[in-house]
Design a protein around this ligand. Structure first.
Ligand SMILES: Cc1cc2nc3c(=O)[nH]c(=O)nc-3n(C[C@H](O)[C@H](O)[C@H](O)COP(=O)(O)OP(=O)(O)OC[C@H]3O[C@@H](n4cnc5c(N)ncnc54)[C@H](O)[C@@H]3O)c2cc1C
Length: 373
């Protein structure tokens, strides 16, 4: 079976690419490991930026639908010290360019915008190899497809990446534990007040709590620590009580309004280690294959990854539409813009990680906020 564009991975990057191709009348097939769109919780709020993610939404022809997903007021941002003192607060005055939407709702919008059958759910790619005239994609169930244009949109642990590069993600020295507090205004008013109307950052050297106010008073937090992987390996995450106590002990001298995000979680703390590809990861052009999103330029969370994945998908789709008879020209044009963009964002992200977890926290980030950078 041969498809014009074969996309591995139905995250925000792969789906945006498929949608932009569809807008331009180019058929695509997306092979996604997950069995269905709802088989996994899709994470929390994403701020979609006017300089990258929103450009992709526009290219996808979905701006009105996107606007209907925006959670009003969530662009408020505040920076706290460990004792709960508010060091910086930027209200949401309606003029910001980073509206927040639920990742799952944005993903569903993209899925619904594709022709029926575009996404092949439950197709976990086990490996890819070059064959005469293209690539063979082998699935975990033993089936295969061949294609002359293959796009790896399969995230951090991409199975397509080895066709282009030997790079693999490395642990970047920090990890988060993901927690949720439900009905927080009623049950945990001090914590709800500390998080405020949008996003909270509470920092101290080696420690960083990020939290968002979602719908219905839900507080969604990432409790971050700068510790080696071996330190986390010693925690049995299947034991919720012990894990909570172990993580909370690292925040002993913090305000209880903040530590409630750990100790009172309504969900079992979920471990999210932060990995990255080398900053400036790139490859020589290889005919008929490229990467988008985290597969190309994975970074520790810095608020840009989903935005970049969508912009990559949109720009690749636009380039393919602009060069219908010259796929290589399209891939080269896409990569020429993507490589420096990915490198610059990864470098900014490394700076942000340092400001969040380094010895100057929270004052380094405070200086950046005050300077408007
Ligand atoms: C804790 C955390 C918080 C974050 N917060 C933000 C944020 O606030 N803002 C932001 O912009 N970014 C954020 N990011 C980064 C963002 O999540 C990623 O950069 C973004 O999801 C990348 O999109 P993608 O489409 O490239 O990859 P992914 O979203 O990883 O999608 C890849 C898809 O490929 C599928 N797949 C994987 N392997 C296979 C396979 N072998 N076969 C078939 N399918 C496969 C997966 O199931 C998945 O659906 C955060 C990341 C983390 C870890």
């Amino acid at each position: 079976m041969t498809t014009h564009v074969t996309i591995v991975g139905g995250g925000l990057g792969g789906l945006t690419l498929a949608r932009v191709l569809h807008v331009h009348g180019i058929p695509a097939a997306v092979y996604e490991a997950e069995p269905s769109p709802t088989s996994r919780a899709q994470g929390g709020l994403l701020d979609i930026h006017d300089y990258n993610g929103q450009l992709a939404v526009e290219a996808a022809g979905l701006t009105d639908e996107f606007r209907s997903l925006i959670l009003e007021g969530r662009q408020e941002i505040r920076l706290l010290s460990r004792d709960g003192t508010v060091l910086f607060k930027q209200p949401d005055d309606g003029t910001g360019g980073r509206p927040e939407v639920h990742r799952g709702e944005l993903r569903q919008l993209l899925i619904d915008s594709l022709p029926e059958g575009t996404v092949h759910w439950g197709h976990k790619v086990a490996g890819v190899r070059a064959v005469a005239g293209g690539y063979e994609v082998a699935f975990a169930d033993g089936s295969t497809v061949t294609t002359d244009l293959l796009v790896g949109a399969d995230g951090a642990w991409s199975k397509v990446r080895p066709l282009l590069s030997e790079a693999t993600p490395e642990y970047r020295g920090t990890a988060s534990v993901e927690t949720f507090l439900y009905d927080s205004d009623r049950r945990f008013p001090a914590t709800a007040e500390a998080v405020g109307g949008g996003m909270l950052l509470a920092l101290a050297p080696g420690h960083g709590i990020t939290a968002h106010r979602e719908r219905d008073g839900i507080l969604h937090a990432y409790v971050g620590l700068a510790r080696p992987l071996e330190w986390f390996d010693s925690i049995d995450f299947a034991d919720t009580t012990a894990t909570t106590a172990r993580i909370a002990a690292e925040f002993e001298d913090w305000s209880t309004a903040l530590t409630a995000l750990i100790t009172e979680s309504d969900t079992a703390p979920a471990f999210r280690p932060h990995y990255g590809l080398p900053i400036g990861h790139r490859w020589e052009r290889v005919p008929g294959v490229t990467l988008i999103g985290d597969a190309a330029h994975l970074s520790p969370p810095n608020g840009e990854g989903a935005n970049l994945a969508m912009l990559d998908g949109a720009e690749l789709g636009i380039a393919l539409a602009a060069h219908p008879d010259d796929t290589e020209a399209a891939l080269a044009e896409y990569e020429q813009a993507m490589f420096p963009r990915g490198a610059e964002t990864a470098a900014d992200g490394a700076h942000m990680q340092q400001q969040m977890f380094g010895p100057d926290a929270p004052h380094g980030l405070l200086a950046d906020f005050v300077a408007g950078t």
